[in-house]
Design a protein around this ligand. Structure first.
Ligand code: FAD
Length: 274
């Protein structure tokens, strides 16, 4: 289905925003509303999982696996895999998985807390990303090491982060004291989103927000609208695929010779783009 918007044909998509802020009057909530408004104006269907409003249970525990004897030792990955295979995960987790399967685009939105996502969102990942759904998918042999890092249940879909920080842009620059923002977000972009199959877009980060004035908000909102308008055309972060020949199997080390001169650390896992 396509909708003509401003003489431009935009394919209608399903977008899921998983939102983690406790206050609906917050800056994050205002930015979320801007994103939703823009996406809907483009003809996309938007679902929002507002984790605090949903009173989302973030800790994984025995209550997640009612079929397991509460006195038995809880082996979480095994319990998760068994429950997924038996369609016995709890209803709240199943509902989030259904939203992920429906969505062409996933957006995780949060304020940066202690250099990562708030605990409630991490708990959403821990519970919704079940074994057999987001990990433990596919065959392991001497040619491929499961369906992950660009392959898997959520492959073919796009994902991105919307993040606000108290720290300045410079504090997150390559030489900034906080460490480069792309390094700090690597475990989420690569370890959670790309791992489960997503094509990951560069994050939308608004820096130094704690005393943001109206002009600053207007600027951030305009930039966010532009990112929402270009969801389907933005160049993704060029993460390497695990099974594409770049890695040795089973050590999963980058094949010697593929690293560009002077590149180390997380950047090794980016394909050099001409
Ligand atoms: P809010 O506090 O809701 O708003 C911020 C400002 O935006 C306010 O002054 C508000 O008036 C203004 N504003 C302007 N226009 C609007 C509008 N239309 N709607 C709403 N507000 C508007 N920062 C880091 O850089 N690194 C960290 O590791 C880090 N760790 C943290 C850990 C914790 C536990 C906490 C509480 C904060 C931490 N911070 C950190 C700071 C945090 O990232 C920021 O406080 C957060 O990003 C601000 O987002 P918010 O939605 O809560 O903003």
């Amino acid at each position: 289905m396509e909708k003509i918007v401003s003489n431009r044909q935009v394919p209608a998509m399903n977008v899921l925003i998983v939102f983690a802020h406790p206050d609906r009057r917050s800056l994050n909530a205002s930015l979320r509303d801007v994103a939703v408004e823009e996406l809907e104006a483009l003809g996309h269907a938007v679902e929002v999982s507002d984790l605090y409003a949903m009173a989302w249970k973030s800790a994984v525990d025995g209550a997640d696996f009612p079929a397991i004897d509460p006195k038995a030792r809880l082996k979480v990955a095994a319990a998760s895999g068994d429950a997924f295979a038996a369609d016995a995960l709890t209803d709240d987790v199943k509902a989030e998985q259904a939203k992920l399967l429906r969505a062409d685009v996933l957006i995780l939105q949060f304020p940066l807390w202690w250099f990562t996502m708030p605990a409630i969102l991490k708990g959403w990942v821990d519970r919704v990303y079940a074994y057999g759904f987001a990990y433990g998918v596919g065959e392991h042999n001497d040619q491929r090491w499961g369906d992950r890092y660009g392959e898997g249940t959520l492959a073919g879909k796009r994902a991105m982060l919307i993040v606000t920080t108290g720290g300045w842009r410079e504090h997150y620059s390559p030489s900034g004291i906080n460490g480069p923002i792309d390094d700090l977000l690597f475990p989420i972009n690569h370890g959670i989103l790309h791992y489960s199959g997503y094509t990951v877009l560069p994050p939308f980060v608004t820096y130094r927000v704690d005393r943001l004035d109206d002009a600053g908000f207007a600027q951030a909102a305009a930039a966010l609208r532009e990112r929402m308008r270009t969801l389907e055309s933005t160049q993704p972060i060029p993460f390497r695929r695990q099974n594409g020949g770049d890695y040795l199997i089973p050590s999963l080390e980058l094949r010697p010779g593929l690293e560009a001169t002077g590149v180390s650390g997380f950047s090794l896992h980016l394909k050099q783009v001409e």
